[in-house]
Design a protein around this ligand. Structure first.
Ligand code: SF4
Length: 284
């Protein structure tokens, strides 16, 4: 059995940076908490908890002198003020690509554009981008949401960084018949696009596709969605022990991809488990 792993899988730049900041602060005994889970991977969050770093949902849950790290998804601009008033130190691990999306939305909103954010309404990143427009921007999931909106003559589109380029195209085409002036800020991050394209290509060449990553991770869920469009034998798992023998019955080629917040160890665990299922000795 041949097992192929997407090269672009595993931690992306933003996640690696956030974890380095967290580990650096832990080493200096500075870190108390993360505001929301640092990344959407329960195993990594649990590891941080064992190192004494808890997850809080609100600055009010912290004490003066505490240090909190802001996650890659970013947060409301008010958080910095709240922390300062409470005497809490902030380490900002917002991914620079998310910051770019927040700034674009803010700029366009300040210039009087009606800002639409292509994203998931409940996702913290999409919400943080909206909060940077003072709540004026509206999150849409695609053209189907346009009918409920009263669109103006000046519409701007900004994207949650993990969106698909094809979905952005579809939204733009739909908007062209509504808005006389349309501006598009493609804030989808390159790491996301490359990972999606490489995963899609591999999914089309293998019998079974395994997508590894947190069930709450937007980019992993989207990867699974994309792969299942070309390969009906696509399975999304968080850990190796979830693999089921019947999934790979009769398969000659298996593909593996992983979300941006999936550790290398989770990928190699799945690889070794697949080798074992196939009756092959995993590499030492
Ligand atoms: S997927 Fe892109 S935007 Fe999100 S954390 Fe990684 S590098 Fe940053």
């Amino acid at each position: 059995m041949e097992i192929l792993i997407v090269e672009e899988g595993g931690f992306c730049f933003g996640v690696r940076r956030a974890l380095e900041m967290a580990h650096d602060a832990i080493a200096r005994e500075r870190l108390t908490a993360t505001l929301g889970p640092l990344i959407h991977n329960p195993q990594v969050v649990e590891q941080l908890r064992r190192q004494g770093v808890r997850v809080v949902e609100d600055i009010a849950q912290l004490d003066p002198g505490d240090t909190v790290i802001l996650r890659t998804h970013g947060c409301s601009p008010d958080v910095h003020d709240q922390a300062q008033k409470r005497g809490v130190t902030v380490l900002d691990a917002t991914c620079p690509f998310v910051t770019r999306a927040q700034r674009e939305a803010q700029r366009l909103s300040d210039e009087g554009w009606q800002v639409l954010i292509l994203g998931e309404p409940e996702h913290p990143e999409a919400r943080s981008i909206t909060e940077h427009t003072g709540g004026r921007a509206v999150i849409v999931e695609g053209p189907q949401d346009l009918q409920d909106l009263k669109l103006t003559d000046r519409v701007a589109v900004v994207c949650q960084t993990t969106q698909r380029i094809g979905d952005l195209n579809a939204l733009v085409v739909a908007l062209l018949s509504h808005a006389r002036n349309l501006t598009v800020s493609n804030t989808i991050c390159d790491a996301t696009t490359q990972r999606q394209e490489a995963s899609l290509a591999l999914a089309g060449q293998v019998d079974v596709m395994i997508v590894i990553g947190g069930y709450h991770s937007a980019n992993t869920t989207r990867l699974a969605q994309i792969c299942s469009e070309v390969n009906s034998r696509t399975y999304h798992i968080e850990r190796a022990h979830e693999l089921q023998h019947q999934w790979i019955a009769g398969a000659d080629r298996i593909g593996i991809t992983a979300g941006a917040s999936t550790p290398e160890s989770a990928i190699s665990d799945v690889y070794n488990a697949l080798k074992q299922i196939a009756g092959e000795k995993p590499p030492s």
